[in-house]
Design a protein around this ligand. Structure first.
Ligand code: PHE
Length: 452
């Protein structure tokens, strides 16, 4: 059934928009450090198994839900199965997207600022204390509010343009740009003196690190990186056409996502190891906003314009990755509001933006103005991140796999995965087996183990 809602116009648009959601800051600052700390290539191997066994089947399941119903995540579950539990699941997806947008726009605003700071040369000074630079930036309320607002304004502008001329068009523009920048940065990084040390730090397989903790880390990373159980993949899939090959799309997204994550490591560690006293132990926000600016000023042996270009491209890369991900969490909430409350898409977008901005600003003001205000401290990047990735997403993953594996009519699932018999899909039985017997207990185990 092809209906009148917006839909993606091309296969490449589908892949790039979905990959745009998956490729985010998690790939660039989380994957490389997780890999390096957890046994290099040994971690990558476990990660790949998690992607293939849990990630892709779950992604295909979310695609099935969205594409079959051609509607937002909340209505999709309502349409497919009456029953309170399933409706809660539909609403959970929309809520997760909303909560993630609220804090993700703040961090994304930082990438915007750092891209600007690189451009105007603020990050070119080798003698600057970049720890202090970041702390000052974070404790400046005006800068925080402006960056968050500006970033969200860009997302809003794209989302108001709709699915085809907004999300698809910009993904088709930004994802190739992102891949090109990665290519250039990898080549530059490889020309640095620390490249082989950096590579071996990242990839040297250390199987002695193989442990429950490592599997836990790989699992969590795969889940977050593929944007699973956020309600956004099913919303994007509701715009897929009937001839979109769901399985192939999911594999393409997983491959692009993993490649970008690995290449990000090949950009960061050679640069870190090109310094006389490399300190690769920093991770996350500290690595990206405090360590790397300094690394970039030093990496090219005093050739300042090379450091300048490298730093500018790197923060541009981070900004693009953040933008395509933020688009994908704004859209599910907008689609839900637009479709269930019968207000225009434009209006729905603006309402979602206003509410996200409100909470985003509270998050952004935590380090400066609000850290002592008792109740408001609950609305912070850390607490929203924990609430979504530690609790809401794993639970959603379990429910989705049970829903598609057990509850949905088997023929319906087969029809969606084979495009009503037009495609051959040999793995169908395997996917159903995984959704029924492997994925729910694995997520449940990981969920419990993280508290032990
Ligand atoms: N997959 C994204 C990442 O790696 C996660 C994400 C998606 C975060 C959408 C926010 C919005 O960063």
């Amino acid at each position: 059934m092809q209906n009148t809602r917006g839909h993606f116009g091309s296969k490449i648009g589908v892949v790039l928009a979905s990959a745009g959601s998956a490729v985010g800051m998690g790939n660039i600052w989380r994957f490389p450090t997780e890999t390096a700390e957890n046994g290099g290539a040994a971690f990558v191997l476990i990660y790949l198994i998690c992607v293939a066994v849990v990630g892709v089947p779950l992604m295909v399941s979310e695609f099935v839900v969205g594409r079959h119903t051609h509607t937002n995540n909340a209505t999709a579950f309502k349409k497919l199965a009456p029953g309170a539990l399933w409706q809660v699941e539909g609403a959970r997806g929309v809520l997760v997207s909303f909560l993630i947008t609220c804090f993700y726009i703040v961090i994304s605003g930082w990438t915007l600022y750092y891209a600007y700071a690189s451009l105007v040369g603020l990050l070119s000074d080798a003698d600057r204390d970049y720890d202090a630079f970041f702390n000052e930036f974070q404790s400046n309320p005006w800068q925080q509010v402006i960056c968050t607002t500006l970033f969200l304004a860009i997302v809003t502008w794209i989302i108001t343009r709709g699915v085809k001329s907004g999300i698809e068009r910009f993904s088709k523009l930004m994802m190739p740009m992102l891949l090109l920048i990665i290519g250039v940065l990898v080549v530059c990084s490889f020309s640095l003196p620390g490249s082989s040390e950096g590579m071996s730090y990242l990839l040297h397989p250390d199987f002695s690190k193989l442990s429950g903790t490592m599997v836990l880390a790989a699992f969590g990373q795969a889940f977050f990186s593929l944007s699973l159980a956020m309600g956004n993949l099913s919303t994007y899939a509701s715009y897929f056409r009937d001839d979109t090959n769901l399985n192939k799309t999911a594999w393409s997204v997983a491959i692009i996502d993993t490649m970008v994550a690995l290449l990000a490591g090949l950009i960061i560690f050679p640069a870190v190891f090109s310094l006389p006293n490399p300190d690769p132990s920093q991770s996350g926000v500290g690595l990206v906003f405090k360590t790397l600016p300094y690394v970039f000023t030093q990496a090219f042996g005093g050739i300042s314009w090379l450091g300048y270009v490298f730093s500018l491209l790197f923060y541009l890369l981070l900004f693009l990755a953040a933008l395509t991900s933020a688009m994908s969490t704004h859209e599910p909430v907008t689609a839900w509001l637009h479709e269930t409350h019968h207000i225009s898409r434009r209006r729905a977008t603006l309402i979602v933006t206003a509410v996200c901005l409100f909470f985003g600003i509270i998050c952004s003001l935590q380090p400066s103005l609000l850290h002592d205000v008792p109740l408001l401290s609950l609305v912070s990047i850390d607490s929203l991140d924990t609430l979504t990735s530690t609790f809401m997403m794993p639970i959603g993953g379990i429910v989705i796999s049970i829903f598609v594996g057990w509850k949905l009519d088997r023929q319906l699932v087969r029809d969606e995965m084979t495009n009503y018999g037009r495609l051959r899909f040999r793995l169908f039985g395997v996917y159903i087996f995984l959704l029924r017997w492997v994925i729910p207990p694995s997520i449940a185990t990981v969920f419990v183990l993280q508290f032990v």
